[in-house]
Design a protein around this ligand. Structure first.
Ligand code: FAD
Length: 452
């Protein structure tokens, strides 16, 4: 059986692995437009630094990524205890995010009213089951202050998103289900805690888990999958269009060649697939094109340790939009993983762009570096010149699940029913993180094997 996968980010590569694991006799081809596989996983080594140009890691509380790593013979590397110490830049200062409910009530991150308003969540009636923006949900259940100071920066950290447009149901399905199943967040979490005590099984609603990567960065996973696939992977080759005749799909490739297959799977970004499917099905192409992708960039700056007065004793910080800063946040990578900077140096990774400031991530590299240095001076009092500067620009880099994303997916699924043997996955649809991508690829591999 012949199968073609388009796109070799972690979705495409892991899907290829799972398919071959189930049936090694599959005649599999993976097509990737860039010279190198990996997509948003992009580890760069320079002058003794390990810079993650995209994905920084994954949480170890969901098994699939760890399982896949184990099968490939890789040893995951957990972040150290610093990773639990997170900061928010709030009211012009870096403030530690409390780690427990008790320390939360003692902290000055929210006003007394803001803290009490969170407790009042217990008495907020259950909302309807209709989708809602993250901002509306958070204001309704937790109050305006908690929304602006806590929930908004969290949305930046995960989606680089705009909570006024993000779908609660699609971006945070576990949180949506807490309200639907238990009537509220605090009530739901208390019930889940009881279940954990009773069954010993972890059923948390929040992100939880420990940030995990590999000694040489996330690129380790990509290199291993690439080695596994060998000559089945073709890089520097773009899928330009798809045509269908009887039950056979023909993919037109950028080098002028064509490839025929009864089964094709797209793992490329929605806007790229929209372009590729223009001739195949206009309504599918139009729907895919409505998924918005702002640009995002990662600016890695390395400094001699002695130049930085701040102890960098934590994971880094996120910034609520209300602070009016031009960066989304900065992660203190060398404090969290052992070898991200050479001895005597530190590495700071700053994110800019996203749904509310996309244009900042599209500026030329020098401008981005200057902007980040200016912001780090204002926020952390860092005045020194960096010893390492690296900018990783992801133009149209991160998909946004806007309100009613789920009904868009239903329409896409309905159209795909007319295209037997054509499957779609990737981070634009049902989960944005590496864990989601790998879980979805694993499920899809099972479905395809059943179908054939
Ligand atoms: C800056 C940044 C940081 C992130 N950090 C994290 C993190 O720390 N943890 C986490 O869990 N998630 C993170 N994410 C989310 C991350 O995007 C996903 O988890 C995951 O890497 C996406 O994988 P994918 O394979 O679905 O898509 P992609 O990685 O986008 O892969 C799609 C591939 O398709 C290729 N392609 C496109 N068009 C064509 C075509 N026409 N023909 C052939 N090939 C094509 C692309 O070149 C690309 O390689 C981050 C995202 C960004 C942008």
């Amino acid at each position: 059986m012949k199968i073609v996968i388009i796109g070799a980010g972690i979705s495409g590569l892991s899907l290829a692995y799972f398919l071959l694991e189930k049936d090694p006799s599959i005649d599999l081809t993976v097509i990737e437009s860039e010279k190198k596989a990996g997509g948003k996983i992009w580890t760069d080594k320079a002058d003794g630094f390990i810079c993650e140009g995209g994905v920084n890691g994954f949480l170890d509380n969901r098994p699939k990524t760890l399982e896949l790593s184990g099968k490939l013979g890789l040893s995951p590397l957990r972040s150290n205890d610093n990773a639990r110490k997170r900061f928010i830049f709030s009211d012009g200062k870096l403030k530690m995010l409390p780690e427990s409910p008790l320390s939360f009530f003692k902290s000055d991150l929210l006003s007394l009213y803001g803290r009490l308003r969170i407790v009042w969540e217990l008495f907020v009636p259950k909302g309807s089951n209709k989708d809602e923006t993250l901002a509306d949900f958070a204001r309704r259940r937790l109050g305006k202050e908690a929304y602006e100071k806590l929930i908004d920066p969290m949305a930046s950290g995960i989606f680089a998103g705009d909570p006024e447009k993000m779908s609660l149901k699609s971006c945070f399905p576990k949180v949506y289900n807490l309200e639907q199943n238990y009537g509220g967040l605090i009530k739901g979490m208390m019930k889940l805690q009881k279940e954990v005590k009773k069954t010993g099984k972890k059923v948390g609603a929040g992100p939880g888990g420990v940030l995990t990567s590999f000694y040489n960065g996330m690129g380790t996973l990509i290199n291993s999958l690439t080695d596994f696939l060998g000559s089945r992977l073709h890089t520097g080759l773009q899928a330009v269009s798809i045509d269908k005749n009887n039950d056979i799909y023909t993919i037109q490739l950028s080098d002028g060649s064509k490839i025929d297959s009864e089964i094709i799977i797209s793992t490329i970004p929605a806007f790229a697939l929209s372009e590729v499917t223009k001739e195949l099905d206009k309504s599918l192409s139009n729907l895919l094109n409505t998924i918005y992708y702002p640009s995002i960039s990662v600016v890695c700056l390395g400094f001699k340790k002695e130049k930085i007065k701040h102890p960098l004793d934590g994971f880094g910080f996120l910034i609520p939009y209300r602070e009016g800063r031009k960066i989304l946040g900065t992660l203190w990578d060398s404090s969290v993983f052992p070898n991200r900077a050479p001895e005597g140096y530190v590495l700071l990774r700053t994110m800019l762009g996203g749904a509310r400031m996309s244009e900042l991530a599209e500026q030329d590299e020098e401008k981005q570096i200057n902007l980040v240095m200016d912001e780090l001076n204002k926020i952390m009092n860092i005045k020194a010149d960096p010893d390492l500067r690296k900018v990783f620009i992801h133009k149209k880099g991160i998909p946004q699940y806007f309100i009613n994303h789920d009904s868009k997916l239903e329409k896409i699924d309905r159209i795909l029913k007319n295209f037997k043997g054509f499957y779609i996955t990737g981070n634009a649809f049902k989960g944005i993180g590496v864990n989601d991508c790998i879980e979805n690829s694993s499920k899809l591999a099972e479905r395809i094997i059943k179908d054939i």
